[in-house]
Design a protein. Structure first.
Length: 298
């Protein structure tokens, strides 16, 4: 029994380290995209970023002899997943280009709350009053950060909220996706959706493409490298150790995002942002804890 306990503890520790590394790299990806969007139109950033990620996952599929073009990719959950991926990526990148990185990162942390609420409707999962209370408190945290009705309110913050909702819908659709589709396949089509988002926004915006500078290309290459690596680390984290032990470390992305916003972009923190962040993180941890308790009771 002691050996089994030690093995589980080591697996949880390793999974937690994978998760922390993943969240740090996702924050790096956000920083690169924000930097690239200074000199490139958002649509062009999305197209180049999506193309780069799709090429990486296509190469991985080739190495692993994983077929990418299978009938399952046209299933209803996958079609829905692509729509939400387009919405999430487009609006979140728009938010990154227009509002502080720290603010966009904090709002994104509400995604698990929306996923839990959506699971009750989509999958009929039972959520007790404690978790519903936590969801409400977390969403109040988002409202505190956005500050509607005050002089500090910016409609641009709504972009991050829409992006967060898009990512929540993507996560729900991923859960319903055929089990035969692995990480590489989902990653490939996820980045294809990013390209679609860029193409659609470019057509709507009508902005002319520009020749990327070497610096912009390096930023995009960094975003692709960090984003695809972060995605792989996330999959490793979720397959190492217990989900309930590993998942709370998702919130380290908030620390990385805020830190990079302050150091790289000269951003500052406000009391509403700190208070809202605390409510979102606390709510997420309560939901995870109650979910674990409910699973034990079954």
């Amino acid at each position: 029994m002691t050996t089994a306990f030690t093995a589980d503890r080591n697996a949880n520790l390793l999974g937690s380290l994978w998760m922390i590394a993943s969240m740090g790299l996702f924050a790096v990806e956000d920083s690169f995209i924000k930097a690239a969007s200074v000199t490139l139109p958002v649509g062009q950033v999305l197209i180049l970023f999506g193309l780069g990620g799709a090429v990486v996952f296509a190469a991985l599929a080739q190495l692993n002899k994983t077929p990418l073009f299978v009938p399952e990719v046209l299933s209803r959950p996958m079609r829905i997943r692509m729509v939400f991926e387009v919405v999430g990526r487009l609006f979140y990148v728009l938010a990154l280009s227009m509002i502080p990185l720290s603010a966009a990162t904090v709002i994104l942390q509400a995604t698990p709350l929306v996923v839990v609420a959506g699971a009750t409707w989509v999958f009929g999962e039972q959520v007790g009053w404690r978790r519903w209370s936590a969801i409400v408190v977390g969403l109040i945290g988002v409202v505190i950060i956005v500050q509607p009705g005050t002089d500090s309110f910016s409609m641009l913050s709504v972009l991050a909220i829409i992006g967060m909702i898009g990512f929540a819908g993507r996560d729900l659709a991923s859960r319903a996706a055929p089990r035969s589709l692995g990480t590489v396949t989902l990653g490939f089509y996820g980045f294809l959706a990013v390209m679609v988002a860029g193409i659609l926004f470019s057509i709507w915006q009508g902005a002319a493409f520009v020749t990327p500078s070497l610096q912009a290309l390096l930023f995009l290459a960094g975003a692709v490298a960090s984003g695809t690596t972060a995605y792989s680390f996330l999959m490793k984290a979720m397959r190492t150790g217990e989900v309930s032990a590993v998942t709370p470390f998702r919130y380290t992305r908030l620390l990385f995002g805020i830190g990079m916003g302050i150091v790289l972009f000269g951003e500052s923190l406000t009391f509403p942002m700190l208070l809202g962040s605390a409510l979102i993180v606390a709510s997420g941890l309560v939901i995870l804890w109650r979910g674990k308790q409910a699973a034990k009771a079954q």
